[in-house]
Ligand binder design. Structure first.
Ligand code: SAM
Length: 345
């Protein structure tokens, strides 16, 4: 069977088949077909709905030293900040007024935010906003800690696996970090009943077609409810400062492939995509994405959460960000909805 048809009909690909499909990525007829089929599948499950996630970047302290990341521990040029509990709750209150029904608490791996402190914040947000979902994205923790946060009320967890290939993982991270642990965290989170998001950067330094094929195989194994992919973008204060950014075009193609591999997956059109191309997020939606993640963090801290250079939306109030995104979503032929946007089982 033709490999693109196989993907459309069976929603699965082996590593070898992924590589065969990648060899057709320059064939515009095949790619047009895959994009159309991806949109069909997306509309079958989610219609024209696009879900929003209000992103609260609550700390840029990090104990890790990921080579690609602007807020890595050894970057002495970052002015570090932590939002207080009151500030986080104020972001949520503002968000609910603006129509958000999911809050994503994302940060570096900041030891100041202990198990208890995070659990406390989660409980307070749930109490104030019982109709909203809470997503955590604070890195690798023990299963016990994840369990405590789930019991406190967290619904979802985002932890990109970054790359499913061990030697590539070591090109991107210091020796103290291990892919096996990251994968274990993802399986633990799933077992605990979280809706789980994995994902990777497209075009990260050293990435090969083989690595991408392994990413797609791993995602089929894990069966996450969400997948975050966006182009790698260099940050001037990292050792990858002079590396080339990932490709918008390749990210869009992979979004369509992911929609077909995991038909019901929640797939964001990421800020990184919008940073490299002014219409990147609209193009992401047209390729099969169904989620956008506007920023709810206080404007005065936005610049300090610079994971990569030229990150967009660092100067606008949340309301403005939401209106801007709403117009972008409409222009792509979709509608932003006030909904928790849970995975449909
Ligand atoms: N600390 C948490 C973790 O490790 O999962 C969450 C925060 S981390 C900064 C969020 C994501 O940002 C990472 O998973 C990574 O894929 C992405 N990121 C970091 N640096 C990037 C860069 N230079 N270009 C594109 N994405 C980047």
């Amino acid at each position: 069977m033709d490999i693109s048809k196989k993907l459309v009909e069976t929603h699965s690909l082996t590593k070898e088949e992924c590589l065969e499909l990648f060899s057709l990525f320059n064939n515009s007829e095949v790619m047009e077909y895959l994009k159309e089929e991806a949109v069909k599948v997306r509309k079958q499950y989610y219609g024209t709905k696009v879900f929003t996630r209000g992103l609260i970047e609550f700390t840029n302290y990090c104990k890790n030293n990921c080579y690609y990341c602007g807020i890595r521990r050894d970057n002495r040029n970052v002015e570090r900040y932590r939002l207080s509990e009151e500030e986080i709750l104020a972001c949520c209150a503002n968000g609910e007024k603006l129509g958000f029904r999911t809050f994503v608490l994302q940060g570096g791996e900041d030891p100041w935010y202990t198990q208890e402190r995070i659990a406390d914040i989660v409980k307070k947000i749930k109490k104030a906003h019982p109709d909203c979902a809470i997503t955590l994205s604070v890195g690798e923790k023990s299963k016990e800690i994840y369990k405590a946060w789930k019991e406190a009320g967290a619904d979802r967890y985002l932890l990109r696996h970054e790359t499913a290939n061990t030697s590539h993982y070591h090109m991107l991270h210091p020796e103290s970090m291990h892919l096996s642990n990251r994968k274990q965290c993802l399986y633990d989170l799933k077992e605990l009943g979280y809706q789980v998001g994995a994902g990777f950067m497209v075009g990260s330094p050293g990435q090969t077609w083989e690595h991408l094929a392994e990413d797609l195989v791993f995602l089929q194994e894990l069966q996450p409810q969400m997948v975050g992919i966006g182009p790698f973008i260099p940050h001037h204060d990292t050792k990858f400062a002079k590396e080339e950014a990932g490709s918008v075009d390749l990210t869009l193609k992979l979004l369509s492939v992911l929609r077909l591999l995991l038909p019901k997956v929640l797939l964001p059109a990421t800020t990184a995509l919008g940073t490299l191309d002014p219409l990147g997020r609209e193009k992401g939606l047209s390729a099969g994405a169904n989620v956008v993640m506007p920023n709810l963090s206080p404007v005065e801290n936005r610049k300090q959460y610079e994971l990569y250079d030229n990150k967009i939306c660092t100067g606008d109030e949340a309301a403005k960000c939401k209106n801007c995104l709403s117009a972008r979503v409409r222009s792509a032929g979709y509608e932003l909805v006030e909904d928790r946007g849970d995975y449909i089982g």
